[in-house]
Ligand binder design. Structure first.
Ligand code: UGA
Length: 457
C-alpha cells in the first residue's frame, strides 16, 4: 500500500513518519514549499520528543520522502491521508477551506482508485461533503473514490508514543473493503510489530481496540473526546476556586475523586486552564456544530467560559499581591501551552504576558523550547535560557508551564536573587511547604498556601 500524507503540520508529520516506521511507503507533501524544503534538508520544524529519531530512520531507509508537488503525491498513492489544518474562523467554526481545496486537487489529479481519509479534525458531516467534492470534480474515468474518517488522538509532547501505543484506533467507514484495508494498514500497531522508538526493552502490553464506526460517528468521536477533556479540566478548576473559599486542597480532592474508575484521575489537574491548538478550538467548533444542528450545548459553553476565566483569576492574584503592577519586574517561567512542546498557539501564557504588558509591568521570560516562537509574538520582551536571569531582581515569578526542568531548579538560589521572593505557581507544580520553608511568598490555585498567603495581605 502506498500512502500519501497531505499536510505536514504536526499531525501529518507524526502520522506520516510513524506509519512509515510501521512498514509503509509514505510520500508526504504540503503546499508550504519552505516547510518541505526544511524537511528535505533533514530539519524538523516542530519540537516533538522522539520524532527526530523516527524521521531520521524512515527517511534514511527511503520509506518516507517529501515532495512539494502535491499532484505527484496524489498520483503515486493508493491511500491518501488529509492532514491539513482546520483553524477557527472568526465565529469559532472550523475553517474547512483547506480540506475543500485538497479534495478538488485529489479529484482532478487522480487517475486510479483512491481511499481518501480525513485525519484532520473536522465537524461531523464533512465526510459527506468530501465525497461529493471528489465526485463532482473528478476528471478521469479511472478514478474511483472511497472516503473514511480516522481521527487522531495524539497529544503534543508524547505524540510518537501515543501513535504507537494508542488506547484505540477509530475508523469511520462505509464499505467492508475499506475496513479491511485500514485494519491491514494498522496491523503493525494493533499487533505490536514495530521497532518502538520510545520504550526499551519492552513496550506497554495492552493492545489498542480497533473501533469501526460510521463516518459521522468517527467525526463526532474526535470532537466529543476533546470536548470532554476540556469539561473535566474546567470542572477541576471550579473545584479549585471552591477550595480556596472553603479551605480545601484541590489536589487532594481531585486525586480522591479520580480514584473512582468511573471518573478517572487524568485531566483533573487544576491551574491555568487548557490551551493549545486542539482543546480550545475543538470545544468551540463543537458548540457551533451543535448550535447549527439546533442543539444547545450549554454544558460546553460553560466549560469554555470557565477556562477563559483562568487567566483573569491569575491576574487578580498578581494584582492583589503586587498592588501596583506598573514598573514591576515580573519573571515568566514557561510560555508553551504545556511541557515538552514549543507550541504557543492559544497558550494561556501568551494571554497572561499580554495582560502584564498592558498593565505596564516589565516582563522577562524563559521556556526550554518555546522562546523562539514567543519572540515572534512579543519581540520586545527580555528572554533568557537561564531561569536565574529571569528571577534576578524580579518582584514576582510566575510559573505558567510545568516543565520538569523548573521543578528541579535551585529554588534557594532563586529566592536569593529575587527582589521580592514571590512565586505564583499557576500550574500547582511546586510543593507549598517546600516553598514556604525556603522563605517564599508562594501562591497556587486551590491549595491552602493560597489561602494562608492571601490572608496575610
Ligand atoms: C489534545 C488531546 O489530549 C489529544 O488526545 C488530541 O489528539 C489532541 O488534543 C488533538 O486534537 O490533536 P494536546 O492539545 O496535545 O492534546 O494537549 P493536552 O495534553 O490535551 O493538554 C491540553 C491543555 O490542557 C494544556 O494546556 C494542558 O496544560 C491543559 N491541562 C491538561 C490541564 O490544565 N489540566 C489537565 O489535567 C490536563
Amino acid at each position: 500500500m502506498r500512502l500519501a500524507v497531505i499536510g505536514c503540520g504536526y499531525v501529518g508529520l507524526v502520522s506520516g513518519s510513524c506509519l512509515a516506521e510501521a512498514g509503509h511507503e509514505v510520500i508526504a507533501t504540503d503546499n508550504d514549499g519552505a516547510r518541505i524544503a526544511t524537511l528535505q534538508a533533514g530539519k524538523i520544524p516542530i519540537y516533538e520528543p522522539n520524532l527526530d529519531k523516527v524521521l531520521d530512520r524512515v527517511v534514511r531507509e527511503r520509506r518516507l520522502r517529501f515532495t512539494a508537488d502535491c499532484t505527484e503525491a496524489v498520483r503515486e498513492a493508493d491511500v491518501i491521508f488529509i492532514c491539513v489544518g482546520t483553524p477557527p474562523t472568526e465565529s469559532g467554526e472550523a475553517d474547512l477551506s483547506a480540506i475543500d481545496s485538497v479534495a478538488r486537487m485529489i479529484a482532478q489529479e487522480s487517475r486510479t482508485p483512491k481511499l481518501v481519509i480525513e485525519k484532520s479534525t473536522v465537524p461531523a458531516q464533512t465526510g459527506e461533503e468530501l465525497k461529493r467534492a471528489l465526485q463532482v470534480y473528478a476528471k478521469n474515468s479511472g478514478a474511483r473514490f472511497r472516503v473514511a474518517s480516522n481521527p487522531e488522538f495524539l497529544r503534543e509532547g508524547t505524540a510518537v508514543d501515543d501513535f504507537f501505543h494508542p488506547d484505540r484506533v477509530v475508523i469511520g467507514v462505509e464499505e467492508k473493503e475499506t475496513e479491511q484495508e485500514l485494519r491491514e494498514l494498522y496491523r503493525p500497531i494493533l499487533e505490536g510489530r514495530f521497532r518502538c522508538p520510545v520504550h526499551k526493552p519492552s513496550c506497554p502490553a495492552a493492545a489498542p481496540e480497533f473501533v469501526v464506526t460510521t463516518i459521522a460517528s468517527a467525526e463526532l468521536i474526535k470532537h466529543a473526546s476533546n470536548s470532554f477533556l476540556g469539561l473535566k479540566i474546567s470542572y477541576a478548576n471550579v473545584l479549585a476556586d471552591l477550595c480556596e473559599r472553603l479551605g480545601g486542597n484541590v489536589d487532594e480532592v481531585t486525586r480522591a475523586v479520580g480514584l473512582d474508575p468511573r471518573i478517572g484521575g487524568q485531566f483533573l489537574k487544576a491551574g491555568l486552564g487548557f490551551g493549545g491548538y486542539c482543546l480550545p478550538k475543538d470545544i468551540q467548533a463543537f458548540i457551533k456544530l451543535a448550535d447549527r444542528a439546533g442543539i444547545d450545548f450549554g454544558l460546553l459553553k460553560e466549560a469554555e467560559r470557565i477556562n477563559k476565566q483562568r487567566v483573569d483569576r491569575l491576574i487578580e492574584k498578581v494584582k492583589k499581591a503586587l498592588w501596583v503592577m506598573k514598573g514591576k519586574q515580573i519573571g515568566i517561567l514557561g510560555i508553551a501551552f504545556k511541557p515538552n512542546t514549543d507550541d504557543i498557539r492559544l497558550a494561556p501564557a501568551i494571554e497572561v504576558i499580554r495582560r502584564l504588558l498592558a498593565e505596564g509591568a516589565n516582563v522577562r521570560a524563559t521556556d526550554p523550547e518555546a522562546m523562539e516562537r514567543a519572540r515572534a509574538v512579543f519581540p520586545n520582551l527580555i528572554y533568557s535560557a537561564d531561569p536565574l536571569d529571569v528571577a534576578r531582581g524580579a518582584d514576582a515569578l510566575l510559573v505558567l508551564t510545568e516543565w520538569e526542568q523548573f521543578r528541579k531548579l535551585d529554588w534557594k538560589r532563586i529566592h536569593d536573587e529575587m527582589a521580592r521572593p514571590l512565586v505564583l505557581d499557576a500550574r500547582n507544580m511546586l510543593h507549598p511547604a517546600m516553598m514556604r520553608e525556603l522563605g517564599f511568598e508562594y501562591m497556587s490555585f486551590g491549595r491552602p498556601d493560597t489561602v494562608a498567603v492571601m490572608a496575610g495581605h
